[in-house]
Write a protein that binds this ligand. Structure first.
Ligand code: UDP
Length: 256
């Protein structure tokens, strides 16, 4: 079953960036929408896309289809803001997945909804959940699983645990596009109101990875900081020059 058959269609105005429809939303609007998705009870997928996501989408039609049918695709990177300006359809602001994940934890107590953490290396999601519980007393994280189950029985046990806990929000941290594909594969069965891929967020919450300084985030150099922290990310950031070239050549075509 595809996302278009089991999840809510796009819920906000979008900007077409190299074929991927990115929602033109502010951070505040996004948080309000996430709370609305939760209240609706119907399944919604939220994708947080950066420049690497656009390159993944260019080579992976299945992922592109998932993202273009998601309820929201937030602009999670200054690279996307830059591209949107160059292509003449400016996005308003950056809406990062790690911020949204933290906001969901922060508001889960006051707004009374349950969150499940799934993904990252063994022990990381537990630590991340404990940090969030300490920071936001009353925070309702009802389940935690790591993201390295490979045997079908182990995966089935994870799905059964999520189904039993019936969270309102499922945060999946397994990297893109694995996390989005996992959500779409399991959405018909789980029918969780809000599922979101959150990449390395649990590594950040748990303190294993630190976020780039604000000036680096704002000047589009977050990728450099991530590379400095983890040189194995080289393969991921190696696609960024291609992204820049694709945007510039598209601009020349549209400006010609
Ligand atoms: N991960 C996982 N299962 C896997 C592969 C990766 O749980 O099979 C986790 C990994 O431990 C890390 C996260 O997925 O916590 C990926 O983080 P990354 O920053 O690479 O994701 P991105 O935001 O770049 O998509």
């Amino acid at each position: 079953m595809s996302l278009s058959e089991c999840g809510a269609p796009p819920q906000a105005p979008t900007v077409d960036l190299l074929g991927l429809r990115v929602s033109n939303v502010t951070r505040v609007e996004t948080i309000e929408m996430l709370h609305r998705f939760i209240r609706s009870g119907e399944p919604h997928l939220v994708v947080t896309a950066d420049a690497v996501a656009l390159e993944i989408a260019a080579g992976d039609p299945e992922f592109l289809d998932i993202a273009n049918n998601a309820a929201l695709v937030t602009p999670d990177g200054t690279g996307l803001l830059w591209a949107s300006r160059h292509l003449g359809q400016p996005l308003t602001e950056r809406v990062s997945g790690v911020d949204l994940a933290e906001q969901l934890c922060a508001t889960s107590g006051p707004k009374k909804f349950d969150v499940y953490f799934f993904g990252a290396a063994p022990g990381v999601a537990e630590d991340a959940a404990n940090v969030m519980r300490g920071k936001y007393p009353g925070c309702r994280i009802v389940g935690v699983q790591h993201g390295y189950h490979r045997e079908p029985e182990a995966v089935a046990a994870v799905v059964a645990d999520i189904a039993e806990k019936r969270p309102d929000v499922l945060l999946v941290a397994m990297g893109m596009p694995r996390q989005e594909k996992w959500i779409v594969d399991h959405l018909p069965q789980l029918r969780i109101p809000l599922s979101m891929g959150v990449g390395g967020s649990f590594d950040v919450f748990s303190g294993r990875v630190t976020r780039a300084p604000l000036w680096m985030q704002q000047s589009g150099l977050e990728w450099l900081y991530r590379l400095y922290q983890d040189p194995t990310k080289y393969a991921k950031v190696a696609c960024l020059p291609r992204f820049v070239l694709r945007v510039l050549s598209r601009q020349r075509i549209s400006g010609a």
